[in-house]
Design a protein around this ligand. Structure first.
Ligand SMILES: Cc1cc2nc3c(=O)[nH]c(=O)nc-3n(C[C@H](O)[C@H](O)[C@H](O)COP(=O)(O)O)c2cc1C
Length: 440
């Protein structure tokens, strides 16, 4: 693979969609589609009538036409659903396999990568969050079926991904250990996926994509390289100024007087230590200028990974009105960006851009009914009978507490799943109106 100087960072959900990734990859740099919630995005794009016919073109290319047909039968609405009617639901991912959901995940990840790779021979990556475990296996496989070149994984320590890529490339099943809270029984819980059980003719061999974990420190990079049971091919070194989720500060949990996590000298990444592994690496976090690219290269990086600039460019999946609002505001003043330590149910700090009418607005936030109906950021926990339950700190606090969640953990949490769907114009319609966005 030709090493790009610029990687357009994966931005979920649907902000770095196939269109943006294709635009970047066609220019000889690396476009990355977000692999987050693609099952939801495909199901909803089909329900609004699949403008342009791109989803249907991708499904046409999917190697199992029976699966494509199931999905079209269930979700495609040729007239587009009325704008005041809710989207029909799709199953939430859990610890047991659901055939329909597996098919949807496979096809959705295939379609997004297929479209991003269409009409050029540039490099295309896909980004996943390590925290979102249960849909990961069929998602990875679907992306590999479409020939994805690089898998990039952030938000966690993705030790298990390389062996999964190796198994899938040999046409074998794979499994992933579920990070279940409170495993009093000491049992290990796993999810598994066997492509041969789902696909009519699963290929015996698939190209093994390169694997680039996203790290925030030299020690995490060293740990990954040492402990991964498979190859790490490159590193994205992300600094705390990056858009989206950030690693928590190292060493202490203190907040600034404004309530933001306090990053200090210990959070400055030791780039010499990173270089010493001999792997190509890219710097991320406020690197979107020619000067920062030069600085990164001087420090030994191959180049930079950039998110925010791409999120607000014409080709991104972000809703046009939100983009315009932010760009116009940037012309007048620097908008306030708050590193919110609790907004994200993942527990990672999350950069929130203050925009009125979005969930960053406390009046809007207070009005929202807390309901978990997408469930990507739910966490599995072990119940007293040893079975697994799922809960999200952004769901209704009483429900969360009833499931054994600590009520303190639900304070200030925002439903990112629904907000991110609203960011790309696919928000659910409820009695109270359309779901509200939240910008990063
Ligand atoms: C809107 C948005 C969504 C993002 N979503 C993800 C994501 O889903 N997964 C991920 O690993 N990084 C995500 N990021 C981080 C970017 O991939 C990239 O590393 C970061 O934006 C680089 O910093 P910059 O925003 O200063 O350019 C997101 C960033 C933005 C702006």
């Amino acid at each position: 693979m030709k090493r790009p100087q610029i990687i357009q960072g994966g931005m979920g959900a649907g902000v770095s969609d196939w269109r943006l990734a294709r635009a970047v990859s066609s220019k000889g740099q690396m476009g990355v589609v977000s692999g987050t919630a693609l099952d939801l995005i495909l199901a909803r794009r089909l329900q609004i009538g699949d403008p342009g016919g791109h989803m249907r073109r991708g499904l046409e290319a999917f190697p199992d036409s029976e699966i494509s047909r199931h999905i079209l039968d269930r979700y495609f609405n040729p007239n587009g659903k009325p704008s005041d009617r809710p989207f029909i639901g799709k199953p939430m991912a859990g610890h047991t396999r659901n055939r329909h959901l597996d098919e949807l995940l496979l096809a959705a990840n295939f379609v997004e990568v297929f479209l991003a790779k269409e009409g050029h021979d540039g490099t295309v990556g896909i980004n996943f969050l390590n925290k979102i475990q249960s849909p990961l296996l069929p998602s990875l496989y679907g992306a590999m079926l479409a020939g994805v070149d690089v898998v990039l994984v952030g938000a966690g320590i993705p030790l298990e991904i390389p062996p999964i890529l190796d198994s899938f490339s040999r046409g074998e099943p794979a499994e992933l250990k579920l990070h279940v809270q409170k495993t009093a029984s000491g049992r290990e819980h796993k999810v598994s996926f066997n492509p041969n059980e789902i696909l009519a003719n699963a290929p015996a061999f698939l190209q093994r994509p390169l694997f680039f974990p996203i790290v925030s420190s030299a020690s995490l990079a060293a740990l990954l390289i040492r402990r991964c049971k498979g190859q790490v091919d490159g590193l994205i070194v992300e600094r705390p100024s990056a858009g989206g989720h950030n690693a928590p500060p190292r060493g202490h949990g203190k907040l600034s007087s404004d309530g933001e996590p306090l990053y200090g000298p210990r959070d400055v990444v030791d780039l010499e230590a990173i270089s010493s592994h001999g792997l190509p690496f890219w710097l991320a976090g406020s690197c979107g200028t020619p000067e920062e690219l030069m600085r990164a290269r001087d420090a030994g990086a191959v180049g930079v990974q950039v998110g925010t600039l791409f999120a607000f460019c014409e080709d991104s999946g972000l809703r046009e009105d939100l983009k315009r609002n932010v760009i116009e505001r940037c012309r007048r003043e620097l908008p306030r960006v708050f590193t919110d330590p609790v907004a994200s149910p993942t527990g990672f700090p999350f950069k929130v851009l203050s925009v009125s009418g979005t969930l960053s607005d406390s009046a809007v936030y207070r009005k929202r009914h807390r309901q978990c109906d997408l469930g990507y950021l739910r966490e599995p926990f072990e119940k007293s009978d040893g079975t697994i339950g799922w809960r999200c700190p952004a769901e209704e606090p009483e429900t969360y507490a009833r499931k054994g969640g600590n009520p303190r953990d639900s304070v200030g949490r925002k439903c990112l799943c629904n907000a991110l769907a609203a960011n790309i114009g696919l928000g659910q319609i409820r009695v109270s109106g359309e779901g509200r966005p939240l910008l990063t």
